[in-house]
Design a protein around this ligand. Structure first.
Ligand code: ADP
Length: 240
């Protein structure tokens, strides 16, 4: 592996009596697009929440560029270079697209403010296909456009590592093709990405490597085609 940007070792999260993430370890190389897959309830979103600092880990270490980020606040982890989109669009509906994206940049590594933040927000909105529509309120936008804004908002934090949590969920086939192309091009520009996704066609076409979780445990890791052909992985999905 080229230099790992993220190293997860012995990660564990317990909710009451439930072990949602059970001693999970994996690394992500700089520039990689890693799929994090597994059946419902296997601990994928919890893992994303631990990486982004939305939840504290029960045990284990997460290193970004060699430095531990475990125990830091979500804001500090964002400033360190980790940004995410959410499973459900979490934009602020009364605000315009550009205001939402500016809000996403508040905890950026660059720490942009005022006109500089707005210029960057408009650039990012154009990047995700929202040129000319940046001043519309979110409430007036289609679902796919809200997703584009959500992506631009995550990019406004100038991430070194982008976490996409089922960003493709709920799209129709044409929207899905557009969304896959957009992720591919953002990755091609050098962004390191972890994507939690149920859309297997997207995983196959985008991710060189996957980590598979089941019941909180990492049950597979490797080249996507190999992982998806693994009988243990198929059995985990069939048991869903
Ligand atoms: P996935 O993303 O793979 O569907 P999750 O990480 O959402 O799985 O959930 C893993 C397990 O942890 C599930 O059993 C879920 O019910 C539980 N869980 C997730 N978040 C919480 C929480 N905040 N409190 C209690 N249990 C939770």
């Amino acid at each position: 592996m080229t230099r790992p940007i993220l190293q997860i070792e012995g990660l564990r999260k317990v909710f009451g009596g439930l072990v949602a993430v059970n001693d999970v370890s994996f690394s992500v190389a700089e520039g990689e697009l890693l799929g994090l897959i597994g059946p419902n309830g296997s601990g994928k979103t919890t893992t994303m929440n631990l990486i982004s600092g939305a939840l504290p880990a029960t045990a284990g270490t997460i290193r970004l560029d060699g430095s531990p980020i475990t125990g830091l606040t979500a804001a500090a982890i964002s400033r360190a270079g980790v940004a995410r989109t959410f499973q459900l669009v979490r934009i602020l509906p009364g605000m315009s697209a550009v205001e939402n994206v500016i809000a996403g940049g508040v905890y950026s590594r660059a720490g942009r403010w005022g006109p500089e933040a707005e210029t960057r927000a408009r650039e990012l909105l154009a990047r995700v296909g929202m040129e000319g529509r940046s001043d519309l309120p979110l409430s007036a936008m289609t679902y796919i456009d809200q997703k584009r804004v959500e992506l631009a908002r995550a990019l406004a934090a100038d991430p070194r590592l982008l976490l996409l949590d089922e960003w493709l969920a709920g799209l129709n086939p044409a929207e899905l093709q557009m969304a896959i192309s957009l992720i591919r091009s953002i990755h091609a520009e050098g962004m390191t990405i972890i994507m939690v996704e149920h859309v297997m066609d997207a995983i196959r076409s985008l991710c060189g490597r996957c980590v598979v979780m089941n019941s909180g445990v990492r049950i597979g890791e490797g080249a996507t085609a190999d992982v998806l052909a693994d009988p243990q992985v198929m059995a985990a999905y069939l048991g869903e």
